[in-house]
Write a protein of this length. Sequence first.
Length: 272
Amino acid sequence: MPAFIEAPTITSLPPEARGAVILTGSHGGRYPGYLAAKAAARAVIFSDAGIGRDEAGIGSLADLERYGIAAAAIAHTSARIGDTTDMAARGIVSRANAQARALGVVAGMACREAAERLQAAALVEVEPDPYEESRREIALPGAARRIVLIDSAAQVTPDDVGQIVVTGSHGGLVGGNPKYALRVDGHVGVFNDAGIGIDNAGTTRLPALDERGIAAFTVSAASARIGEALSTYRDGIISVVNDTARERGAQPGMSAKDILDRWARQQEVAAG
């Protein structure tokens, strides 16, 4: 029987992912789907991340369907995003592509049953269309700090220390590990709330970043496309803030761009 593996994030897969059914805590956006195809997964189950704007949280399902790879998504209201143990224990399927449906995977099915059915999927090895996550930086005139836009929080670099880091990633702790909330000491961290979901899982990075004195907030999945940092920045409406961000003036309902531009320009904030 083909292997079944759990991967808290699709950005870090073991060699045995090839030919396996992968249950990942990642959102089901297009880049995670690309990584699953690149890894030659037999089938994959994501979190639906609240589905969200333009159905970005399940954008990979159509891409994988085009490649002939079975894929499904777990409802964010049934299990914690980023937590494969919880997804396996209580996750409920919300969406499935044509290949998964042909194997009997349907909305309302338990995650574990869906994974078992997906082990019968044909192994399809393809070279997926090139897809590179976007990384760009915005240096506003006279700004004290750069605004760094990264589609995945895994793209942070040591040069991002002390900067405003805006991601397309979900705001849940990967594998529940606080050290992965943001892998550098940015001045600010911004994420998509992935619909917030059960146990407020889509926002659990925020208190972890409070412990490090890093201002952080999530934007509503309904307002910005998950997986796209530029959409987080341009379109995002703040949904949840941590204490550090609140003390600096961020509030739910505000435009992410407005507060981030203000923080980038505030010399006194940079010196604080």
